[in-house]
Design a protein around this ligand. Structure first.
Ligand SMILES: NC(=O)c1ccc[n+]([C@@H]2O[C@H](COP(=O)([O-])OP(=O)(O)OC[C@H]3O[C@@H](n4cnc5c(N)ncnc54)[C@H](O)[C@@H]3O)[C@@H](O)[C@H]2O)c1
Length: 326
């Protein structure tokens, strides 16, 4: 499978590195010529200085769009018209209506359209999903997550909800089901930016599950964790370590007059999975989806729902009230 990577900034360079290992060949394009030349020198990628020429090249089967969010849909639409399968970075778009047209066009033309919600490809998320589906953890009651770190230097066109919170929104939707409404409180502390840099979201799911998400660009340390309260187990997951701690407990009869000595027995099992690079899994899933004409793990419709939740959260904090997810 021959891939063309469009956009060679921080994330695009990671896509080129990974694609070199898993794709047949890798072509590259960026509006910044120096970035193209750097990828040619470092990875021997095939350069395109004209983006239209890359799309017209019959040898290229698929493109990976790693440009700023507000450019995703124009490039995706042109790539689909050129018959290329598309892996688009998250968030799929800022405008849900525009994204839906492009995703529908891909479906109508038999084009594989995947979105880079990378955490779905984290083996820890896969492990949690498998154990939830098999009933091992029991029913989910609530989920909560923390994704906090310091603000990276790159220019941003979206705030922390659409940029990083969307990872957790995707995981929550994957594990919990259909979101119904969102309440969010957020703000901006960093000077010189107009978007939110910290937020707390509370999502209500149609099935009664609740999820809370804390995201921020304001902490010195980096945390990426998820907790699941289920009726058979309590699970703490670390996205970075790819570990899960699964706790169960039993409570024999006790003396209510002696609450200091409650004989609670907690059994905690720590699972350290064999580490895998989620980005590599994502690109392999995309290639396999094209080859086997199956759905990718994260579809365009999944990604649009994630944007709907993120936008409902932004509307919620601006209006100071709960917002329904349409
Ligand atoms: N999945 C993840 O974990 C993850 C992490 C970081 C970024 N991202 C996503 O990847 C995308 C890019 O983010 P980034 O951090 O690499 O940004 P960046 O600013 O570092 O790089 C963007 C690159 O796109 C190029 N570019 C801009 N407009 C272009 C166009 N029309 N055609 C071709 N190239 C163009 C720029 O010259 C630049 O090199 C964003 O959608 C972002 O949300 C995803």
């Amino acid at each position: 499978m021959n891939l063309g990577i469009i956009g060679l900034g921080s994330m695009g360079q990671n896509h080129v590195r990974v694609a070199k290992d898993v794709a047949g060949s890798v072509a590259v394009f960026d509006t910044d010529k120096a970035r193209i030349d750097a990828m040619v020198a470092k990875y021997g990628a095939k350069p395109y200085y004209d983006y239209g020429a890359m799309l017209r090249d019959k040898e290229i089967d698929a493109v990976v769009i790693v440009t700023p969010t507000n450019t995703h849909m124009k490039i995706a639409s042109e790539a689909i018209d050129a018959g290329k399968h598309v892996l688009c970075e998250k968030p799929v778009a800022d405008d849900v209506g525009e994204a839906q047209k492009v995703v529908d066009k891909a479906k109508a033309q038999g084009i594989t359209f995947a979105v880079g919600h990378i955490e779905r490809h984290n083996p820890a998320v896969g492990y949690a999903k498998k154990n939830l589906d098999s009933g091992q953890f029991g029913d989910v009651i609530s989920l909560s997550s923390r994704r906090v770190s310091s603000l990276p230097g790159r220019i941003r066109d979206v705030g922390c909800i659409l940029d990083i919170g969307i990872h957790d929104i995707d995981t929550m939707n994957y594990l919990a089901g259909k979101p119904e409404s969102v309440y969010c409180a957020a703000g901006t502390k960093t000077k010189g930016i107009s978007v939110e840099d910290h937020a707390n979201l509370l999502i209500n799911y149609k099935n009664g599950i609740t999820a809370s998400i804390e995201v921020s660009w304001l902490t010195p340390m980096k945390v990426r964790k998820l907790w699941l309260t289920c009726d058979k187990a309590y699970v703490e997951m670390d996205y970075m370590d790819q570990t899960l701690t699964i706790s169960t407990s039993s409570l024999p009869s006790y003396d209510p007059g002696n609450l200091f000595n409650i004989p609670l027995e907690v059994n905690a099992q720590r699972i350290a999975l064999r580490k895998q690079e989620p980005l590599k899994n994502e690109v392999v899933d995309f290639i396999e989806a094209i080859k086997n004409r199956r759905r990718p793990l994260v579809t365009g419709d999944d990604a649009i729902l994630n944007v709907r939740v993120a936008k409902a959260a932004i509307e919620s904090y601006k209006k100071g009230k709960e917002v329904m997810v349409e």
